[in-house]
Design a protein around this ligand. Structure first.
Ligand code: B4P
Length: 192
C-alpha cells in the first residue's frame, strides 16, 4: 500500500497537488479540511463546532479529526493507498495515524513537505478567497494566524517523520506541473 502524507502550511498547494496524485497513483484522497467542510455543509453538531474554530484559523481538536480519519480508513479497506492532505497537523495526530495505518498495512510510506514563504501563502489564499467562499481565506489577519498556528503547532510534525527517515521537502513555488513532477520523483523512489 502507498500511504503519502502531503504536508505544508496553509496555501502551500497540498489540495492542488492531491488532485494530480489521486489520478496518477490511484489513491484515495483524505483531506481533513474537506471532511470538516462537508460536516459543516450538512449542518451536523460536529460541523457547527468545527466551523467556529476554522473561521478563526484555529485547529479543530485532535479527537475529532482522528475519529474522521479512522472511519474513512475503515470504509476504504480495499484502497491501493491514501493521500493524507492536511493531516496530521499535530504530533498526537501523527502518532494516531501510525497506529491506524499499521492496523491495515505497514504505515506511512513517505511524507512530502511543500515549502512556501509566508507572503506567497497570504497572496495565494487571499486570491482563492475571492471565489472560494471560505471565510478563513478572506481576512489577512486570519490567514496570518493560520500560518502562525502552523509554525507553532504543526511544523514539528516534520521532525516526527524525519526521525523515521520518511521526511522529504521541496520548494512549493513554481508551476503546478513542475512541482508535481518533483513530488512524483520522490514517491517513485519511495514506493513500498
Ligand atoms: P485545509 O482545508 O487543509 O486548508 P489549507 O491548508 O488552506 O489548504 P491547502 O494548503 O490544501 O490549499 P492549496 O495549497 O491547495 O484546512 C482548513 C482548516 O481546517 C484549518 O485551518 C483547520 O481549522 C481545519 N483543519 C483541517 N485539518 C485539520 C487537522 N488535521 N487538525 C485540526 N484542524 C484541521 O491551495 C491554495 C491556493 O494556492 C489555491 O488557490 C491554489 O490554486 C493556489 N496554488 C497552489 N499551488 C500553486 C502554485 N504552485 N503556484 C501558485 N498558486 C498555487
Amino acid at each position: 500500500m502507498l500511504n503519502i502524507v502531503l504536508f505544508g502550511p496553509p496555501g502551500a498547494g497540498k489540495g492542488t497537488q492531491s488532485q494530480n496524485l489521486i489520478a496518477r497513483y490511484n489513491l484515495v484522497h483524505l483531506s481533513t479540511g474537506d471532511l470538516l467542510r462537508s460536516q459543516i455543509a450538512q449542518g451536523t453538531e460536529l460541523g457547527l463546532r468545527a466551523k467556529r474554530l476554522m473561521d478563526e484559523g484555529l485547529l479543530v481538536p485532535d479527537e475529532v479529526v482522528i475519529g474522521m480519519i479512522e472511519s474513512q480508513l475503515a470504509s476504504n479497506t480495499q484502497a491501493n493507498g491514501f493521500i493524507f492532505d492536511g493531516f496530521p497537523r499535530t504530533v498526537a495526530q501523527a502518532e494516531a495515524l501510525d497506529a491506524l495505518t499499521q492496523r491495515y498495512d505497514t504505515g506511512i510510506s513517505c511524507m512530502i513537505a511543500l515549502e512556501v514563504e509566508e507572503e506567497e501563502l497570504v497572496k495565494r489564499l487571499l486570491e482563492r478567497g475571492k471565489t472560494s467562499g471560505r471565510v478563513d481565506d478572506q481576512d489577512e489577519a486570519k490567514i496570518r494566524r493560520r500560518v502562525t498556528v502552523y509554525n507553532t503547532e504543526t511544523a514539528q510534525v516534520a521532525g516526527y517523520y524525519a526521525d523515521q527517515g520518511k521526511f522529504h521537502s521541496l520548494n512549493g513555488i513554481g508551476s503546478i506541473d513542475s512541482i508535481f513532477a518533483h513530488i512524483s520523483q520522490i514517491i517513485d523512489k519511495n514506493q513500498p
